[in-house]
Design a protein around this ligand. Structure first.
Ligand code: BLA
Length: 696
């Protein structure tokens, strides 16, 4: 094996993928081919074996037209199908054509290729006796009713082998990186088993995989046969080589011919298994020796593969749906919005962490939210998480980031043996400048992988020293042990993680909005309090007093009761302010407020109007006299001197009383009358009170 660099290998792989296998300019010898104009009239190219098959030389055929070669009946039949619509050959039609003096049965197909109609004729071998084969429904049934994907594949390979007589029938499944493995097999005892064996991606290069989307069937009845060129080599009117992808007869690439020979395979048939547009895998059939593959057999096997593919995808979709249902249930649990309680991320991870680890078959999870980090299960050490956080902080895009082999990913520098090997990371759709990621970790699993021959054991150098790949010489099992890989992340798991990420973001948003709301409500409360209270004494101000009086008036009216307002004005307050200063004055007002509050009932209210004016609301009084009793109490409480900043001060009030209903029925009137009565008290010598009704 030559030494080579990764780059050289990649170049060699690219060269493999560049071979124009779809236009080899030749066909396989089990049939012949004509290239005509779209009207199926003029002939441009024919295969060199025309004489062997139709009994007429290429030169003679090219000198005439399609009708002369194929007869008017067949040509009219072919013309009756609009060639524009024919992109892949219709199921071969069996026709009889005279070859010399004998009639032969042919299977005929035609398809459009650019500006040409291509007609393929295959000599029809004797059909197997239909009586020996089970009926179609009998062989379709086990596949179409299989209960599990494994059963579908098992039935498929078993029945195809029965129908076709191939020596080895396999289902080959592509992995994410385009390499693949044999996942089901039925074989004759003399054929080696490839079950469970892996094959590198280069065995079926990209352009070859692509051909299956044009023509799902690739039939090679004789891998040893020499190909038959087209004559003339170049179409006289169109130098572009004819694209033979839709046909059945396209010549086999020499590389693949030696591949099959190295494998000991004489006949090969492969049929695509598609999952929607994606090439999921192949049904791969081998004959140990060349064998004719009859068009009707190809047809039957194609039908079986289609039925198996749809059954397989249905079962797969069902199990994905069940999985998504489980995820949805967990998400619904999480979004318990009707309780009105929005959980914190801490809560969520404590409650659901174990459930999520089980659903995602993960060993640990980490949630990155801004500068906070929440961990659950087995997660890497803090310094590693710091580096991961830094990495994801710079990641763009909304698609999940995932690998089942960190050691071989962009994060390889981060990885050390013993770390989890698989990582699935989804971005939480949070604000752009904040980090929000949900990371799931999977442990590494020691796996042994058996390859059919050692991959990349097939590189050689040409005389110029350029590396090129050749088919492997040996396909015998070669076992590799892989340690730094986890189970891969399935698409359904990646989608589910995105869903979960969205929900987590939703919870985050709800919490933030909730917190904003709470602080708004607090702010409102503070504002309201500010608007309704006197900042110096903490007593209600005039506005709140007015509200309280209105309420009290309404109640008094309803219950036919009385209430009263006591207007208090501090005597000589200005002098205190002037002599002791404002600070002392403020202190005094606070002291006064406190004493007044101690005097009243809970249902009453003491308010400060500003300056040295206070008002007491007396709710629900029995008789006007009750207000007098309170006024007396005020006089009494303030009769001893008041201590302020070490000085003893005499404090007194002049008070006016207005009673509902006698002195007014509104806040404004009652206030006015109580105020007038207070002035009366002041003018009559202070330290006393007057009722409005006392005024003459
Ligand atoms: C074609 N290679 C193929 C095909 C298969 C495989 C199925 C399609 C043709 C067919 O059905 O035979 C590979 N066959 C497999 C595998 C299994 C199997 C993996 O049965 C497993 C069970 N091949 C190489 C290298 C190159 C290469 C190194 O090994 C290129 C450098 C190329 N493979 C190659 C080419 C074709 C091919 C060019 C197209 C052959 C054709 O259609 O003419």
């Amino acid at each position: 094996m030559p030494d080579y660099t990764r780059n050289e290998l990649n170049e060699a792989l690219k060269d493999c993928a560049r071979e124009p296998v779809h236009r080899p300019g030749a066909i396989q010898p089990n049939g012949c081919l004509l290239s005509t104009d779209l009207a199926i009239d003029r002939l441009f190219q024919v295969s060199a074996n025309l004489e062997d098959i139709l009994g007429i030389s290429p030169a003679d055929a090219l000198a005439g037209d399609a009708i002369q070669l194929l007869g008017p009946q067949l040509v009219h039949r072919l013309r009756s199908r609009a060639v524009d619509e024919i992109v892949s050959p219709a199921i071969g039609e069996v026709v009889r054509l005279p070859v010399g003096s004998v009639e032969h049965r042919f299977s005929v197909r035609h398809y459009r290729s650019g500006q040409r109609a291509v007609v393929e004729l295959e000599l029809q071998q004797a059909e197997p006796d239909d009586g020996q084969l089970p009926s179609r429904s009998a062989w379709l049934q086990p596949v179409s009713t299989a209960g599990s994907p494994e059963q579908v594949l098992e039935s498929l390979v078993r029945i195809v082998r029965q129908l076709s007589g191939f020596d080895r029938v396999m289902v080959y499944r592509f992995d994410e990186d385009d390499h693949g493995s044999v996942v089901a097999e039925s074989r004759a005892p003399e054929a080696d088993s490839y079950l469970g064996h892996h094959f590198p991606a280069s065995d079926i290069p990209a352009q070859v995989r692509h051909l299956y989307s044009i023509n799902p069937v690739r039939s090679i009845p004789d891998a040893t046969a020499e190909s038959v060129p087209l004559v003339p080599e170049v179409d006289p009117d169109d130098p572009a080589p004819l694209d033979l992808s839709p046909g059945n007869l396209r010549a086999v690439s020499p590389i693949h011919q030696s591949y099959l020979q190295n494998m000991g395979v004489g006949a090969s048939l492969s049929i695509a298994i598609h999952d929607e547009d994606r090439l999921w895998g192949l049904l791969a059939c081998h004959g140990l020796v060349p064998r004719p593959l009859s068009p009707s057999m190809l047809d039957d096997v194609s039908v079986l593969v289609q039925v198996a593919a749809s059954r397989l995808m249905l079962l797969q979709a069902n199990s994905e749906a069940r999985y998504r249902q489980r995820i949805r249930q967990s998400r619904e649990l999480m979004l318990i919005r009707d309780t009105g309680i929005i959980p914190t991320l801490d809560d969520l991870i404590r409650w659901y962490g174990a459930n999520w680890l089980a659903l995602f078959e993960a060993s640990g999870l980490v949630l990155l939210n801004g500068d906070r980090r929440f961990c659950f299960g087995a997660t890497p050490a803090a310094d590693k998480l710091d580096r991961l956080t830094a990495y994801f902080a710079c990641q763009q895009g909304q698609q999940p980031w995932y690998t089942h082999s960190l050691a071989n990913s962009e994060l390889a520098g981060w990885y050390e043996q013993g770390d989890p090997c698989g990582l699935l990371a989804v971005r939480l759709p949070v604000t752009r400048n904040r980090i929000g990621w949900l990371l799931f970790f999977r442990p590494g699993q020691k796996q042994t992988r058996t390859w059919a021959g050692r991959p990349e054991d097939n590189a050689e150098r040409d005389p110029q020293g350029k590396l090129f790949l050749t088919p492997r010489h040996s396909f015998s099992a070669w076992t590799e042990t892989v340690e730094d890989m986890s189970e891969p992340w399935l698409e359904v798991e990646r989608l589910a993680a995105l869903d979960l990420g969205e929900d987590l973001a939703l919870v985050l948003f709800s919490r933030e909005i909730d917190q904003l709301n709470t602080s708004l409500i607090d702010a409102n409360r503070r504002l309201q309090k500010l608007a309704q209270t006197d900042t110096l004494t903490g007593l209600p101000n005039r506005r709140l007093l007015e509200d309280r009086v209105e309420l009290s008036l309404a109640r008094a009216l309803r219950h036919n009761q009385s209430m009263a307002l006591l207007f208090l004005d501090l005597d000589g307050f200005k002098k205190i302010n002037d002599t002791l200063g404002h600070r002392a004055g403020d202190k005094m007002l606070q002291g006064v407020a406190e004493r007044l509050q101690n005097l009243v009932r809970h249902s009453d209210a003491v308010a400060r109007l500003g300056g040295d004016e206070f008002v007491i609301l007396l709710d629900e009084i029995e008789a006007p006299g009750d207000a007098g009793i309170l006024a007396d109490k005020v006089l009494q409480v303030f009769s001893p001197p008041f201590e302020l900043e070490g000085e003893m001060l005499t404090v007194s009030f002049s008070m006016g009383i207005a009673v509902y209903p006698a002195h007014g029925d509104s806040f404004r009137k009652l206030m006015h009358h109580a105020d007038v009565a207070m002035y009366q008290a002041k003018s009559e010598g202070r330290n006393t009170y007057r009722f409005y009704s006392d005024l003459k």
